[in-house]
Design a protein around this ligand. Structure first.
Ligand code: NAD
Length: 499
């Protein structure tokens, strides 16, 4: 019997009423473990009304009190970490250790947001004219919505809710319908931490719920993370409704290997960043660009050696390096791309198709896959595969290696491995990508910097977390004040003359 999940509105679980449900799988067994309600417009509207009613009191709560609730929330998540990480693994498939990382990177942002009293401070200019001062203040927007992907069901909701709540907004999260249980648990823990009812709500659903959120004039801002076609169309739809929006999309992250790089370090970095979490990370490295044939030959040899030792298996098995992909449809899509790569003429060095794990024969497995001699015209290079597939594109020189990520449609992350500071500095400065690593394979910035890709990886002008998030989730009011001279000059015994 599968469990029926709910929404979470006004501080309690609410059953779905649309009559539509989605199946939630355990990707490791291929079994349906629960059903998730897919909200219709009426359910979305009820949640918005609840969040709207909760907004005035929450906005008027002083920022330090709001921050204390965030602190208590962080403590509660840490206290329940094992249970939460196991729940995440059961719906997503990533390893238990990686699930803990999913929470940890989300909590770092919530911790940063607990500094909201500082981050929300406005500006003040004294004496901009005779007796005139100007100050600005940051005020909450009202009800804001987050629409999040399956691949980080803890981290990305927290990246969005942390700053939104700290700034005094109330929040509606529409998480991925593939792994909704962790977002529901986060909502319970917010309540346990003392967050007033209606401040953080979860509405489960699909396109219908997203459309209802986008159309509703009470929603002031939309924060989206997911695939590029949806990011782009949602950005346009939100703008047409006069909402602010930040919509982050897909990726194709390159790692450039200069001939002077430490090749063992590079191979280890590529194995972790290419195959970790079955390649289902927006910052996964999916393209390796060795510079020069000798570098490429050495790299491919080292990758082959290491891939042979990788273990794919159930996420709760501590020996697994990575788990299954999230869904049968994802497995089919990735397998189609592997076939496409061979049809396009790339050299399939290691084929991850056809993997079966004893005892988990119906799981959504794909083994580590390696292509060599991929060229920039091939679709396996141009498109996001979002699976454990690494493509080697051989560059003849540094300029070609710099040009490839710069001209690619996506611009999320990129890395260079080299021992030469001058090359690294030139690369960081000239490459047309939003986040850059130097001898770091996955350059996800810490919470007090911001996260955001360029080109087709991000639509909108402000990034996630860091100070940008507070700019996104607040509106600025500027007050110009003149105080006519008062009684400090003492009593006046004559009638003032007009000017
Ligand atoms: P997805 O685009 O399928 O879904 C994302 C969200 O959009 C989900 O909540 C989903 O229910 C909703 N949605 C689906 N179809 C919709 C539609 N037609 N209209 C409106 N909403 C719709 O993405 P996914 O498969 O869950 O996640 C993987 C993608 O997310 C990859 O492309 C990955 O690169 C990207 N991603 C990007 C970042 C980033 O920061 N740039 C981070 C993580 C993941």
């Amino acid at each position: 019997m599968s469990r029926e999940l709910t929404h979470y509105v006004g501080g309690k679980h609410v059953k779905g009423t649309s009559g539509r449900f989605g199946d939630v799988y355990n990707p490791s067994t291929g079994e349906i473990q629960s059903t998730v309600p897919l909200a219709g417009a009426t359910e979305v509207e009820a949640a918005i009304a609840t969040a709207q009613a909760a907004h005035p009191d929450w906005a008027a709560t002083n920022p330090q009190r709001r921050a204390r609730i965030l602190h208590r929330f962080v403590d509660l998540v840490n206290k329940n970490m094992d249970e939460l990480a196991a729940l995440l693994t059961s719906e997503h498939g990533k390893t238990f250790a990686d699930s803990k990382g999913d929470f940890a990177r989300g909590l770092e942002v919530v911790e940063y947001c607990a500094g909201a009293p500082q981050l929300l401070k406005g500006e003040f200019s004294d004496g901009v004219g005779a007796g005139i001062d100007v100050h600005s203040m940051r005020q909450s927007l009202g009800v804001v919505a987050g629409i999040t992907p399956f691949n980080f069901p803890a981290m990305i909701p927290l990246w969005k809710a942390g700053p939104a709540l700290a700034a005094g907004n109330t929040y509606i999260l529409k998480p991925s319908e593939r792994d909704p249980s962790v977002p529901l648990r986060l909502a319970e823990l917010f309540t346990e931490a003392g967050l007033p009812d209606g401040v953080f709500n979860v509405v489960n659903g699909d396109k219908e719920a997203v459309d209802a959120l986008t159309a509703d004039p009470r929603i002031q801002a939309i924060g989206f993370v997911g695939s590029t076609p949806i990011a782009k169309s949602l950005y346009a739809a939100a703008a047409a409704e006069g909402k602010r929006a930040q919509c982050f999309g897909g990726a194709k992250n390159h790692l450039v290997i200069m001939p002077d790089a430490d090749m063992d370090m590079v191979a280890d970095a590529l194995i972790g960043s290419g195959y970790g979490s079955a390649g289902e990370r927006c910052m996964a490295i999916s393209v390796a660009i060795p510079v020069g044939e000798a570098t490429a030959d050495a790299l491919v040899a080292k990758l082959k050696e290491r891939i042979a030792g990788l273990r794919v298996g159930d996420g709760m098995d501590p020996d697994s390096d990575f788990g299954p992909v999230v869904a049968a449809s994802a497995k089919a899509r990735i397998e189609d791309y592997i076939q496409l790569g061979t049809d396009e003429g790339a050299e399939l060095v290691i084929d991850g198709r056809g993997l079966s794990i004893p005892g988990h024969e119906n799981g959504f497995w794909i083994g580590p896959t390696l292509f060599d001699h991929v060229t920039e015209t091939m679709r396996i290079y141009r498109e996001e595969i979002f699976g454990p597939v690494l493509c080697v594109v051989r560059a003849q020189d540094y300029e070609e290696a710099l040009r490839l990520p710069s001209e690619h449609q996506y611009g999320n992350g990129v890395s260079i491995f080299t021992r030469d500071g001058d090359t690294a500095r030139d690369f960081s400065s000239r490459v047309q990508v939003g986040m850059v690593g130097v001898n770091i394979p996955i350059p996800v910035p810490v919470s007090y910097y911001s996260f955001g890709g360029w080109k087709a990886s991000g639509f909108g002008d402000l990034n996630q977390h860091g100070a940008d998030a507070f700019r996104f989730y607040t509106k600025t009011k500027t007050v110009t004040t003149r105080w006519p001279s008062g009684i400090r000059e003492g009593a006046s015994f004559t009638m003032p003359e007009g000017s």
